[in-house]
Design a protein around this ligand. Structure first.
Ligand code: GCB
Length: 602
């Protein structure tokens, strides 16, 4: 008997060892590749106690649906267990698809069966736009990999796990919070769990372009007739002499470049009569990047962004960022947003408010949002969830944050509208925090020198009517941004009297201010939760902002009421943060008109 068990364990181990799946660097511009969508209905099993996972580790013979490796026909077990389970839509959070899972934070297993015929001589990648938070992926009963982080893409080369014909993908997702995670245990938004963004198979040649970047060089003003664009591309392999092509027909660019030993190409192009991307003219060029039989199409805009003293310069001209903060929540009915249509509705509201800028809080939003904002001429601040009190001294926590930053940048580095990478939000000061954030800032800069770095700071010291911003991180950022809640958390109703001292020669963004109001609740301007209170708070804060030296923009908190389990006040909050200028159904509160009027005059 013991021998038998040992033998089956051995077979299982061997199978696991021969199953070759590999997490590989994110493939950029996945939407332009040859893909097969795995979106749709997925079966699911809620596993509160992690029975599946732990039972399996103790006894691989007993359960089937989660198998790393199976001695015998794992597919039979997979079919048996999951066929009895209900389905939910992917992409989609589980909280808004099953009333029992509204507050659920834990493990859910999801499964999708599908027919697939891998293309001869091609590799098959399995790509997830995002899964929140801790994810184990299995293909045909074999482990493909493990990923943590809820808002960035990841992919595996699953060629050797796929079959010609029927296949299954099983995903174990756990969105429990932990102190050492990014974000950490406490945060003020809904912890939507599940496969919240697209899932697809990507068919690529064995050698393919993994990523590429096109960006406008900073040229001295006056030389508008001739501009320089830097183009670089990286293959998935360090192969020399491969031909990468670049074509931008409208600019008469058509190039062939041979890769160097590290599998990269890089060149600087001179182009004439380039139209620059700006909110007024969000011009994008049709671009094709090719290698072998694969050609990727993209729409790319060109612009420069710089900080010059306290000024922000877009294409060499001063710009004031008329912004608003947004969460990634559907415009109506709640749940994670993940479509161009969702993005279009939210961004149309932002435009109606007079915005040329959005702060996508507090984590990287989906790719559709960034692209739709770019098309609509809206500048973007993009952020990673280093929020409040992170485990600053934990090396894994740092690695996790750095990975999220890297993946955010590699996905969106060709989007002209993204002008700011934000590395953190409201982080209490300490030497450990400075070290952690300093490293992150340097990392972001090493990956991308065509954008600015910022973070939402906390106000250091405040006496009654005088505020002084102090943060050691001022050395690392290009733009000094801070959140302040005068009139709400700081209970004074005459913010207009406040003075500000920001002792750094850098542009300033007030990255949050605001207060709660329940749509339709009316009263006196000093009565909390009424629309009049919020309206007055905006009036006072905006006159205070008018007096801040070097103010280059603001992103009040927030476009729309959003769900948060922290917000428990019955009848008023009902699990919504009510600081929206719009209600959760998109109705305009009084303060909306105050901000809109202010932006009209900027
Ligand atoms: C903040 C946070 C934001 C919260 C907001 C609030 O400072 O950055 O995530 O939701 O305040 O409403 O308290």
């Amino acid at each position: 008997m013991i021998k038998k068990i040992a033998l089956s364990c051995l077979i299982a181990c061997l199978l696991a060892a021969t199953a070759i799946a590999q997490e590989i660097p994110q493939v950029a511009n996945v939407l332009a590749r040859q893909t097969t969508s795995l979106n749709g209905e997925w079966n699911y099993i809620v596993d509160v106690q992690e029975e599946g996972y732990y039972d399996y580790r103790m006894n691989p013979m007993r359960w089937g649906f989660f198998a790393d490796a199976k001695p015998k026909r794992p597919e039979d077990l997979i079919e048996y267990d999951f066929d009895k389970s209900p389905t939910m839509h992917v992409p989609g959070d589980w909280n808004t698809q099953d009333p029992q899972l509204y507050f659920y934070e834990g493990t859910v297993w999801l499964k999708r069966s599908f027919e697939y015929h891998p293309e001869e001589g091609h590799r098959t990648l399995l790509y997830f736009g995002a899964v929140n938070y801790d994810t184990h992926v299995y293909v045909n009963g074999r482990k493909a990999g493990h990923h943590i982080g809820g808002f960035t893409p990841f992919n595996y080369d699953v060629t050797d796990l796929m079959r010609d014909g029927s296949n299954t993908v099983i995903v174990k997702v756990d969105n429990k919070r932990h102190a050492e995670d990014v974000p950490t245990q406490i945060f003020d938004w809904w912890n939507y769990g599940g496969i919240t963004r697209d899932v697809m198979l990507v068919s690529v040649e064995p050698t393919y372009v993994e990523n590429y970047k096109l960006s406008l060089n900073k040229t001295p003003t006056g030389k508008k007739s001739q501009r320089q664009i830097t183009f670089s591309a990286k293959l998935n392999k360090a192969e020399t002499g491969q031909t990468v092509t670049l074509s931008i027909p409208e600019l008469k660019v058509k190039l062939q470049l041979a890769t160097t030993a590290d599998g990269t190409v890089q060149t600087v192009l001179k182009v004439k009569n380039l139209q620059l991307w700006s909110p007024e003219n969000p011009k994008r060029y049709h671009v094709e990047i090719g290698l072998g039989s694969e050609v990727m199409v993209d729409s790319i805009g060109f612009r420069t962004i710089e900080a010059h003293g306290k000024q922000l310069l877009l294409n060499g001209e001063p710009i004031f960022l008329k912004g608003i903060c947004m969460h990634e929540e559907k415009p109506y009915g709640g749940g994670r947003a993940n479509s161009t249509a969702d993005a279009h509705t939210l961004l149309t509201w932002a435009k109606e408010l007079g915005c040329n800028f959005v702060r996508l809080a507090h984590y990287p939003h989906n790719e559709y949002t960034i692209r739709e904002a770019e098309r609509m001429g809206i500048l973007v601040w993009s952020e990673i969830p280093v929020y409040w009190t992170i485990a600053w001294t934990n090396p894994q926590t740092y690695q996790n944050a750095e990975r999220q930053l890297t993946d955010m940048i590699s996905r969106d580095q060709n989007r002209a509208n993204v002008i700011i990478w934000s590395i953190a939000n409201e982080t209490p000061h300490s030497a450990e925090r400075d070290q952690f954030l300093g490293r992150l800032a340097q990392h972001a800069r090493s990956l991308d020198d065509t954008r600015l770095i910022s973070m939402a700071m906390e106000v250091g010291s405040a006496s009654n009517y005088h505020n002084r911003l102090r943060d050691n991180m001022h050395e690392y950022v290009d733009v000094v941004s801070f959140n302040q809640y005068i009139g709400w958390y700081r209970d004074v109703n005459d913010a207009a009297k406040m003075t500000w001292e920001i002792p750094y020669d850098k542009p300033v963004i007030v990255s949050e201010f605001g207060g709660g109001a329940k749509y339709g609740l009316h009263g006196e301007k000093n009565q909390r939760w009424t629309e009049e209170f919020q309206e007055n708070l905006y009036r006072e804060n905006l006159s205070m902002l008018d007096k801040i030296d070097g103010l280059a923009g603001t992103t009040p908190w927030i476009l729309k009421d959003f769900r948060s389990p922290r917000r428990v006040l019955p009848g008023i909050q009902d699990y919504y943060n009510r600081k929206g200028l719009l209600s959760d159904d998109g109705e305009k509160k009084k303060a909306w008109h105050i901000l809109k009027a202010w932006y009209e005059n900027k």
